[in-house]
Design a protein around this ligand. Structure first.
Ligand SMILES: [Mg+2]
Length: 182
């Protein structure tokens, strides 16, 4: 198993289906394979880093987002998973700060708050923004084909980045557990 400091997880399209701007707790659910996949990685600590421009677009209520993230946090705790924090960026893309992926703000904040060695960490996500943030940091990255992943994969044809492309989070977990070297 690779010895990553921390595994950074994208949310929409990676942990859960992404119908766009989820604004009801009842509409949020993990992929069926999500929690079992993460439990295979329970030796690691996790951070979720998620762009939520729906807040600045007026499409998502902050209270709803907080309720969804309380559910996510509880689900991790109930399953013995060490979730350090959920970092959200509410920036509109037209007025994005360095906190919006592919910017590094959320990663740098996590590094400062939890003493994370970013270069020895891993990003798992479905979007180009996830992959480019990881590339800019110099961390390993796994692109999953769920969510936007199939589309994102086209962007990296004939590229030696990302580190791996996997069908979903479960396959990504199997890959991590089965790989010895970084
Ligand atoms: Mg995503």
């Amino acid at each position: 198993m690779k010895n990553y400091d921390t595994i950074f997880l994208d949310r929409d399209g990676t942990l859960n289906p992404d119908p766009g701007y989820i604004n009801r707790l009842e509409d949020y659910s993990f992929f069926d394979f999500c929690i079992p996949a993460l439990k295979k990685l329970s030796d690691f600590r996790f951070c979720i880093v998620t762009n939520q421009s729906g807040i600045s677009r007026g499409l998502i209520e902050i209270d709803t987002l907080n309720n969804i993230h309380a559910f996510v946090r509880n689900s991790f705790i109930e399953n013995g998973l060490n979730l350090l924090q959920i970092y959200i960026c509410t920036d509109h893309p037209d007025k994005a700060t360095e906190h919006r992926k592919p910017g590094l703000g959320m990663f740098n904040q996590a590094s400062q708050e939890y003493g994370i060695d970013l270069e020895q960490s891993l990003m798992i996500g479905d979007s180009i923004a996830d992959m480019e943030a990881a590339r800019n940091i110099g961390m390993d990255a796994i692109l999953v084909r769920t969510g936007n992943g199939a589309e994102s994969e086209n962007h990296y044809i004939d590229s030696d980045f990302p580190t791996a492309v996997m069908d979903n989070l479960e396959k990504a977990a199997d890959w991590i557990v089965g790989n010895e070297t970084k």
